[in-house]
Write a protein that binds this ligand. Structure first.
Ligand SMILES: NC(=O)C1=CN([C@@H]2O[C@H](COP(=O)(O)OP(=O)(O)OC[C@H]3O[C@@H](n4cnc5c(N)ncnc54)[C@H](OP(=O)(O)O)[C@@H]3O)[C@@H](O)[C@H]2O)[C@@H](O)CC1
Ligand SMILES: Nc1ncnc2c1ncn2[C@@H]1O[C@H](COP(=O)(O)OP(=O)(O)O)[C@@H](O)[C@H]1O
Ligand SMILES: [K+]
Length: 487
């Protein structure tokens, strides 16, 4: 597990460290880290570093300073460095002087800058970092576009410019980085817009003792593997937690099959199904005990409710019945919509171990969604008194107690119909096994996203589309992977 801190928190942590270290020392450390990654990148791409051409796009703030000092370090290693100064009168004075001392070239017009970018082996994006406001300005945008068009890889200094460091929302124009080097602490952009950052290297600049508890956590495979329920010698099918699935309808039997099957694959023990797709569920998953109604289902330790359920009175009745059982509940899809429509259902859910799993559209029915997805999920969890899992390329899980985790997907292959039903089955099974809703959501999101990568073959090559039933089928391998990662 690792933490992510807001730009504001990182700035506050920097202050005392700056005060007790010689002037410029922090920036030099940061720049050495950038240069190291740049050298490794050049080595990997071209087989050497001497004579390679690096262009530094340098803005007016300290981010530009990092870039200029990194240019200085690269010059010392024999790299040909050109810095394009976006605000020539405000370029970081010490960084600029150092680069010039090492005979680094500087340019201050965009036209020549574009030509330099065109012929570069690597571009350093030191346009703007945590001081960013809005998308890229026109000159910076022209240079970033030139790198993209020429296919020159960009190494982002701290954060890819043009993307909001706090929310990860890209402006109209932004840098699409091949890799990122950040300092002191990872920032939200690195997990909320992970595909735009590439692999992120964290350079230690001594902020550790000054940072508050991380407001956002990111789970690793071992965190998930350690919590994945496995039967012990004394277990039987009942002791591990029985999950009930109240999903699907005559119109949407597939949702019931996907959710029930995912639950059966996610944990050992037992799955019960209750609803009008009992015939289809039985046919696809003979091990699932299927009945027509929640009342007939028998005892369970958690309910999955919502996928394909319908939002009519019957659906509302099923949701009410499930919430009244007082057990942990995974409410997805139509159940989220029903919660948005009925205050009395929200009251039943509040304060209980309920995990809701809306996509952006469903989220808007129960709470306000802004560009700041972490803040939106955190507020929704606090207001509704339930754990909220907001779906997307980066999944956000927020607990009413304030804990937040983000899981950045490894690819976007999950953007396919029915994959949410699979997630609900996995998360519900984890609730039944006794994980709290935050951990159930985080572990389910992790394994679900990994199953999509495995199913798509994205781990071994470029990958191919993976329908939800194949995501479901890849769950066992994804679970074996996380269990294999236990330290
Ligand atoms: N503190 C430290 O010791 C350490 C700090 N470190 C580094 O400092 C960085 C933070 O530096 P910072 O606070 O100077 O802000 P920064 O990100 O350079 O941006 C401000 C400049 O950008 C400009 N600008 C704004 N928006 C823009 C846009 N959309 N498009 C284009 N330009 C835009 C804005 O221009 P203005 O609005 O003034 O015209 C202003 O000139 C941090 O990310 C890390 O890299 C490391 O060295 C570790 C030690
Ligand atoms: N671009 C994307 N990249 C990665 N994962 C995505 C992306 N879009 C959606 N997902 C994931 O795919 C799943 C889709 O769920 P949902 O929208 O409920 O689908 P459905 O209702 O069809 O089952 C969620 O787990 C979500 O996080
Ligand atoms: K940058």
């Amino acid at each position: 597990m690792y933490g992510v801190w807001t730009p504001e928190q990182v700035r506050a942590a920097e202050e005392p460290v700056l005060a007790r270290t010689p002037e410029g020392a922090l920036m030099r450390r940061a720049a050495r880290g950038v240069a190291q990654v740049a050298l490794a990148e050049l080595e990997r791409r071209t087989g050497g570093v001497a004579g390679c051409r690096v262009v530094v796009l340098a803005g007016a703030g300290n981010n530009g300073g990092d870039g200029l000092w990194a240019g200085y370090e690269l010059r010392r290693r024999g790299v040909a460095v050109t810095a394009v100064l976006l605000s020539p009168d405000r370029a970081h004075p010490a960084g600029l002087a150092a680069l010039r001392r090492q005979k680094g070239r500087t340019l201050s017009d965009v036209e020549h800058g574009v030509a330099a970018v065109d012929g570069a082996d690597l571009v350093l994006d030191a346009i703007v970092g945590t001081g960013a406001r809005g998308g890229l300005r026109p000159e910076a945008a022209t240079l970033a576009r030139a790198a993209a068009v020429a296919g020159v890889p960009v190494l982002a200094v701290d954060t890819p410019s043009g993307i909001d460091p706090l929310t990860g929302v890209p402006g109209d124009e932004f840098v699409d980085a091949a890799a990122t080097v950040t300092f002191g602490a990872r920032k939200p952009v690195h997990v909320l817009a992970a595909p735009r950052c590439g692999p992120v290297t964290l350079v230690d600049i001594g902020l550790g003792p000054e940072l508050p508890p991380a407001p956002v956590q990111v789970l690793d495979a071992a965190d998930v593997g350690e919590r994945w329920p496995v039967p012990g010698p004394g277990d039987d099918k009942y002791t591990q937690g029985v999950v009930g699935v109240a999903a699907g309808s005559a119109t949407y039997p597939g949702a019931a099959v996907l959710a029930s099957g995912a639950a059966a694959l996610a944990t050992s023990g037992m799955v019960r199904y209750a609803g009008s797709a009992a015939h289809e569920v039985r046919a696809a998953w003979p091990e699932v005990v299927a009945t027509d109604t929640v009342g007939e289902a028998g005892r369970v330790q958690a309910w999955v409710v919502g996928p394909g359920l319908g939002t009519d009175d019957a659906g509302a009745g099923t949701l009410a019945e499930v919430l009244d059982a007082g057990l942990p509940v995974l409410a997805d899809a139509d159940a989220v919509t029903l919660l948005g429509q009925h205050a009395e259902l929200r009251e039943k859910a509040a304060g209980h171990p309920v995990l809701i799993t809306p996509h952006a559209g469903e989220f808007g029915r129960v709470a306000q969604l802004t560009d700041d997805r972490v803040d939106s999920a955190r507020r929704a969890a606090a207001d509704l008194g339930v754990t909220v899992l907001l779906k997307g390329n980066a999944t956000v899980v927020a607990d009413p107690d304030g804990r937040v985790l983000v899981h950045p997907a490894g690819s976007a292959w999950l953007a396919t119909a029915g994959s949410g039903d699979v997630l609900s089955g996995v998360a519900g099974a984890l609730l039944a096994a006794g994980l709290d809703p935050w951990w159930a959501g985080g572990c389910a999101a992790f394994v679900h996203a990994r199953a999509a990568d495995v199913g798509a073959g994205a781990a071994d090559g470029p990958g191919s589309p993976v329908p939800a039933s194949h995501v479901q089928a890849a769950l066992p391998r994804a679970i074996r992977e996380v269990r294999g990662a236990i330290r």
